[in-house]
Design a binder for this molecule. Sequence first.
Ligand SMILES: [Zn+2]
Length: 253
Amino acid sequence: MDFITVKGLIVKETDFNEADKMLTIMTDSMGLINAKASGIKSLKRKELSGAKPFLYSEFTLAQKGDYYNLREATIIHPFLDIKNDLTDLALGFYILDVLGNIAMEQQPNETLLRLTLNTLFALNKKSAPSQLIKAAYELKIADIEGFTPHTFECMECGAEPEEEPYCYFDVLNGCILCKACSPGEERNILKISPATLNAMNYILDSDIKSFLSFRLDEAILSEFSNACERYFLTQSDFRPKTLDYYKKVMLHD
Ligand SMILES: [Zn+2]
């Protein structure tokens, strides 16, 4: 039997029979794949120790019909400190959920995988506030998937946003509008400050290695995270339960 070796992150695990699990893995060379991990719940299967969420691992697979049998999983990089904080853990599961929904089966997307690994790395190290990490990930995913918003000038009149004390972000049409051109705050139109707009432009101008290397005042953080989340959810038309859970945990934090 031919074996395949890939690197990847588990985005979802589903119980399968008594001792097995079906794993959905975002891999470097094959995009999203499903792999059956036989006997993974048994303590004896030490060769599968790398087959858990929040581990970047190398997987050895044997193809079987339209899924794979997992033979071995070896840890390359763990992100297990995420589990020490309930808010971080809830956010981590949301990030994996987003990855699993954006990635396509059998379609490699190295940028998307790298972006997610860099995001988990930051969350694991607590190198930025979790709200900032989440928002930056949402906006950068939209950007790399081709939904880059038009944010350097008013979409209607071309006025530069610096001329205004604030502007409006149209999350449905993916653009900013100046005060004169906007109908004001509406369902899909958010009022945003120059600091939020600058942070968004920083993320859009950065590569996936440095997109988290900025800081925001606490006072701006909630406006900024709301803008990025609303934009991502509107553009992706995706409303994950993991996001509701993250918000519930945040409220009790
Ligand atoms: Zn305008």
